[in-house]
Design a protein around this ligand. Structure first.
Ligand code: TMP
Length: 215
C-alpha cells in the first residue's frame, strides 16, 4: 500500500539527444521490478486528440508559428491528456510515467522562445489546478553533445531544427527550475556511459520508491 491512495506522477525531461528514450525504458524496467502499476505516456500527446496536436506542433512548416499559438497548442494537448489519461490513472491509484510535462513548456516556450514565465504559470494553474509531478528526472547534457546525437536521426522536426542558442536557453531554463525545486527534481548527469547514467537513475528511483511504496 502507498502512503495515500493516489498514484504517483513521475516525469522525465531533458534537451534533445540526452538519451530520453533509452532511459525511459530503463525507468520502466525498474518500476516493473518493484511491481509498480503504471501508465506510460508522453507530451505533447498521450490521447488521440493530443497526438494530433503534437503532429501540428512538430511538423516543419513554411508559416511562422507565433510563440503564443505554440504555447496554447501545448496546453490544449495537456488539458486533454490530463482529463483523459493522467487524472483518471492517478485517481485510481496507478502511477503515471510521462515523457515530458510542463517543465518542458517552461524550458522550450519560456527559455527557448522567450515567453513570459508568468503567462506560462497562469496557464499551468488553469489547466493543472494544482496537480504537479511528484518526481521529475532531468537528464542533463551539454547541448552540443546532445544535438550531435539528435542530428544523426533521419528527419529533424520543427524543434530539432532550432539553433544551438535556442537549446542553450532550454537547458539553462531546465537547470534553473531544478535548482528552485530540489525536492521534486533529480538532475542526472547524462554525459557518462549508459551504465553510469542508469546507476544514477536507479539510485534516485530506489530511494523514491522506498519512501513511497510502504508495505
Ligand atoms: P520529444 O518526443 O523528442 O520529447 O519531442 C517533443 C518536442 O516537443 C521536444 O522538442 C520538446 C517540445 N515540447 C515543447 O516545446 N513544449 C512542451 O511543453 C513539451 C511537452 C514538449
Amino acid at each position: 500500500m502507498q502512503a495515500d491512495n493516489r498514484g504517483r506522477f513521475i516525469t522525465l525531461e531533458g534537451t534533445e539527444g540526452v538519451g530520453k528514450s533509452t532511459n525511459l525504458q530503463f525507468i520502466q524496467s525498474v518500476l516493473e521490478q518493484y511491481k509498480v502499476q503504471y501508465q506510460l505516456t508522453r507530451e505533447p500527446g498521450g490521447t488521440p486528440l493530443a497526438e494530433e496536436l503534437r503532429e501540428l506542433l512538430l511538423t516543419n512548416r513554411e508559416e511562422r508559428v507565433a510563440e503564443d499559438a505554440e504555447l496554447l497548442l501545448v496546453f490544449a494537448a495537456r488539458a486533454q491528456h490530463l482529463s483523459q489519461v493522467i487524472r483518471p490513472a492517478l485517481e485510481c491509484g496507478e502511477w503515471v510515467l510521462c515523457d515530458r510535462f510542463t517543465d518542458a513548456t517552461f524550458a522550450y516556450q519560456g527559455g527557448g522562445r522567450g515567453l513570459d514565465n508568468q503567462l506560462i504559470a497562469q496557464l499551468e494553474t488553469t489547466v493543472q489546478r494544482g496537480l504537479q509531478p511528484d518526481l521529475t528526472i532531468l537528464l542533463d547534457l551539454p547541448v552540443e553533445i546532445g544535438l550531435a546525437r539528435a542530428r544523426q536521426r533521419a528527419e529533424l522536426d520543427r524543434f530539432e531544427n532550432e539553433q544551438i542558442e535556442f537549446f542553450e536557453r532550454v537547458r539553462s531554463a531546465y537547470l534553473s527550475r531544478a535548482e528552485s525545486d530540489p525536492q521534486r527534481f533529480a538532475v542526472v548527469d547524462a554525459s557518462g556511459t549508459l551504465e553510469q547514467v542508469q546507476q544514477q537513475i536507479r539510485d534516485v528511483l530506489s530511494k523514491y520508491l522506498a519512501e513511497n511504496l510502504a508495505n
